[in-house]
Design a protein around this ligand. Structure first.
Ligand code: NDP
Ligand code: GDP
Length: 337
């Protein structure tokens, strides 16, 4: 089996590469060139896996690149993970987010339609498409009301793939994935920002972490579980839409508390709003609030109802909230030596 992975240099690309390598896939990874010629998380893969991946350099916004790629490779599966994936950045740079996430997705589906109709495609949709949901928990039938440029762009991608699936009888699966995190999560996402800070605070190289909305609540799972769900979505007879999530909500505050617990610190909160602080047992301030990390619009009330994935794909998350934090903090502590 041959698979193309766009966004192989990101978090999910790392775990998907491991999974597909374990199943003896030939993997072609798409990476956009940068001046230092780095390949992101691909460099963190075990050498045996890394060396088996064929990297092709190309950008999502280049329709001609994808046309030639699909005409030449005709893969069995294509996992379209590449995106401008950071909600905060999408408020500052909506146009480039739309270019990459909407036009980029159109380039991928057009190339499959024209040159490789048998390719099964996975599209990385997101729980952010729910926006401020009126019903909870959310499943494949919940009304979509996006509340960020990122969410709008993913909604456009989602409806593009659904339209192509119906109009041209293509196999396309949409994964409506809730937040999933790991030891290779991008450092600006709140979970990794916290666990990296906790490790540095323990090492004495950082005093405190500055966060935004401590009461924001998310349904956080472990990325390795979610890429397994992506693969399962492409092993069916037809493409379909599936929600993946844990069905458990936790606040940023709880994530921080549990992370500090891993290094033996118990946090006490005091103050309110942007003046709130978190101190450890010795009275040292280790968490501060900074309004620069608040979003112009916050999406809340997210909670996954993954019943369809459990029933049809036999998918189940295996890592708990506490286990996830342990994995992340231990990895960040280790990388500091
Ligand atoms: P990451 O941000 O870690 O990875 C995104 C990848 O896309 C990177 O490899 C990045 O390359 C690549 N990319 C961005 N722009 C371009 C471009 N113009 N051309 C080519 N490649 C590009 O995201 P994740 O791995 O966490 O997520 C994978 C997908 O799933 C994304 O589409 C994301 O939006 C979606 N998703 C993620 C969730 C999560 O909680 N992680 C939840 C729901 C959906 P580079 O390394 O050069 O930046
Ligand atoms: P997202 O769900 O894809 O936007 O993932 P993030 O990790 O960026 O944000 C998760 C939640 O944490 C959001 O509700 C943010 O508003 C909240 N949050 C609170 N403080 C911070 C922070 O310092 N950085 C980030 N990235 N998010 C924060």
């Amino acid at each position: 089996m041959k698979a193309i992975i766009t966004g192989i240099s990101g978090q999910d690309g790392y775990f998907l590469s491991k999974l597909l390598n374990g199943k003896d896939y030939e993997i072609v990874g798409i990476v956009r060139r940068n001046s230092s010629m780095t390949t992101g998380t691909v460099e963190q893969l075990p050498a045996k896996i890394r060396d088996s991946i064929r990297i092709e350099y190309g950008d999502l916004t280049d329709a001609g690149f994808f046309a030639k790629l699909l005409e030449r490779e005709k893969p069995d599966e294509l996992y379209h993970l590449a995106a401008q994936s950071f909600v905060g950045y999408s408020f500052q740079n909506p146009a480039s987010t739309y270019d990459v996430n909407i036009s980029g997705t159109l380039n991928v589906v057009n190339a499959i339609k024209e040159y490789s109709q048998k390719t099964k495609m996975y599209f990385a949709a997101t729980s952010e498409m729910f926006g401020q949901p009126e019903t909870t928990p959310q499943n494949e039938e919940t009304v979509l009301k996006p509340r960020s440029p990122y969410a709008v762009s993913k909604l456009a991608g989602y409806w593009t793939t659904k339209t192509y699936r119906e109009a041209y009888n293509m196999y396309i699966a949409n994964g409506i994935l809730f937040n999933h995190e790991s030891e290779v999560r991008g450092p600006e996402f709140v979970t990794r920002k916290i666990t990296m800070s906790v490790a540095r605070i323990k090492a004495g190289t950082q005093d405190y972490v500055e966060l935004g909305n401590l009461d924001a609540r998310k349904d956080w799972g472990y990325a390795a579980d979610y890429v397994n769900g992506m693969w399962k979505m492409l092993q069916m007879d037809n493409g379909d839409d599936f929600v993946l999530g844990t069905g458990e909500l936790h606040t940023v505050r709880e994530f921080a508390e549990e992370s500090f617990k891993q290094i033996g610190m118990d946090i006490t909160w005091s103050g309110e709003g942007v003046d709130e602080i978190g101190t450890n047992q010795s009275g040292k301030v280790v968490v501060k609030v900074n309004k620069k990390f608040f979003r112009p619009l916050e999406s809340d009330n997210y909670l996954a109802d993954p019943a369809k994935a459990k029933r049809i794909l036999k998918w189940n998350p295996s890592i708990s909230f506490k286990q996830l934090i342990k994995i992340m903090v231990e990895s960040d502590l280790k990388s500091l030596g």
